[in-house]
Ligand binder design. Structure first.
Ligand SMILES: [Zn+2]
Length: 450
């Protein structure tokens, strides 16, 4: 009896020590998350693999083999989904010609990014949210354009995810615009992403987030033999690389080295992704990318757009960038049979939850400031309503300066809030929130000194 009592007390104590999290899901998003299908993802990848190779320098005219046939097939999928979109979804191949560059392009080549645009329903809302994968594939020699290069995971996984997101989301309307993108030329030097990022900069797109999906459908490493389909990585840079010089003094003064726009997006991705997808932990990696590797988010990051890379937890380097062969008993190559479609389903659903929550949310609050004229042990924040979207109120987010995630959020329907917590030892940010609970990206306050 005594033992039983002791046990009960221990349990109570451990419960008291761990905070509870309330999971509030928007039923509209939950329903879409449930429509993401592993079978459908598998079918998309089977088709992508059937083109033999999708190398950027492979045939653009052969009806069955090569990158041209793959691009036309992706376009046909987007056009098929356009029919269910009430005219909101349009699809195109954004094409251009590249001349030999002395690096990984050795002949004039016709390039093409296959894109579908789900136009926002609110004409006052000019926000764009972008999700991408790369459709090109490769083997050991990056210039080998003839060998079979199935690219099931690299990056059939990201490409299939983009197609699947378009399938599920194009049936619905969102206030903001969502762009579904599959690029060419990633393996030849991020050429397709470079092309679109430059276009976005020149045309002054209000691009608030890019989720770049590259290698996210396999769950076991070849060397450590870790098998885990419950975790996925989101890579983000902390310092804003494109403007570090001009704002270095500001970042140093306020300790904002961990709060660049891409890092904020990574936090948001973790919080919203885990809210909607069960048995998935989104692991934030505080780096722009892995060793020896690059990705399509980088041309966007360097132009000041918030962008992250989503990649599986335990990569299998025997399956990436490899000639198809068996050597000393090991089978090399990026085959479909090495993939885990339930894992890919969860990672795709995570993308969906983040995109949908962003595109449904009001825009970010404007002119967010923290009162900094007086020495106080409190924090007063002020802001103005966002440019677009219907606002139920605002969340003021708070975390200790050494903490990776936001720890608390306070709701208010006013345009300001004073909290009895010192601005000296917490970070704060403000999100606009819709009637259905969809939050904008958080905005860090600027100190108001006069
Ligand atoms: Zn890749």
């Amino acid at each position: 009896m005594k033992k039983a009592l002791l046990l009960t007390n221990c349990c109570l104590l451990s419960f008291a020590l761990s905070a509870q999290t309330v999971v509030n899901r928007d039923p509209f998003i939950t329903q879409m998350v449930g429509e993401v299908s592993g079978d459908s993802l598998r079918a998309h990848i089977e088709k992508l693999v059937s083109f033999g190779t999708r190398h950027t320098l492979s045939s653009t005219t052969d009806p069955r083999r090569g990158i041209g046939a793959a691009r036309r097939w992706i376009l046909s999928k987007f056009q098929q989904y356009a029919k269910q979109s009430n005219g909101r979804l349009t699809a195109q191949i954004d094409s251009w010609t590249l001349q030999p560059d002395g690096r990984r392009i050795d002949k004039p080549v016709e390039m093409g990014n296959v894109m579908a645009t789900l136009k926002g329903t609110d004409p006052n809302d000019n926000r764009i949210f972008l999700v991408s994968g790369h459709l090109d594939s490769r083997v050991t020699d990056v210039m080998n354009r003839t060998a079979d290069a199935p690219g099931a995971n690299d990056d059939g996984s990201g490409t299939a995810a983009v197609i699947e997101l378009c399938r599920v989301m194009s049936k619905r309307g969102f206030p903001a615009t969502i762009l579904f993108l599959t690029v060419s030329g990633e393996e030849q030097g991020l050429l397709g992403a470079e092309h679109l990022a430059e276009r976005a900069r020149k045309e002054n797109w209000n691009l608030e987030a890019l989720l770049n999906n590259d290698i996210m459908g396999s769950n076991h490493s070849h060397d450590t033999r870790v098998i885990d389909n419950t975790r996925v990585r989101v890579f983000s840079e902390g310092l804003p690389g494109y403007q570090t010089d001009s704002v270095a003094a500001y970042i140093r003064q306020y300790g904002l080295e961990n709060d660049g726009k891409s890092r904020q997006l990574a936090r948001y991705t973790k919080e919203v992704g885990e809210r909607y997808v069960d048995q998935l932990e989104v692991v934030m990696v505080y780096r722009n990318d892995r060793f020896l590797r690059g990705g399509d988010h980088t041309p966007f990051v360097t132009r000041g757009f918030p962008a992250v890379r989503i990649t599986e937890m335990n990569e299998n380097f025997q399956h990436q960038h490899q000639d198809l062969r068996t050597q000393e008993g090991v089978e090399y190559g990026d085959y479909l049979k090495f993939m885990d479609f339930d894992y890919l389903r969860k990672n795709t659903a995570m993308n969906l939850a983040v995109l949908a929550n962003l595109a449904k949310a009001p825009a970010m609050p404007q002119n967010v400031t923290v009162e900094a004229r007086n020495l106080t042990n409190t924090t007063s924040l002020f802001w103005q309503a966002p440019k677009s979207g219907r606002v139920k109120g605002y969340y003021v987010l708070m975390r200790e300066t050494h903490w990776p995630f936001w720890q608390k959020k306070f709701f208010t329907d006013k345009n300001g809030l004073t909290l009895p917590y010192s601005k000296d030892h917490y970070f704060f940010a403000v999100q606009a929130v819709s009637e259905d609970g969809n939050e904008s990206l958080p905005v860090l306050p600027r100190p108001s000194l006069r």
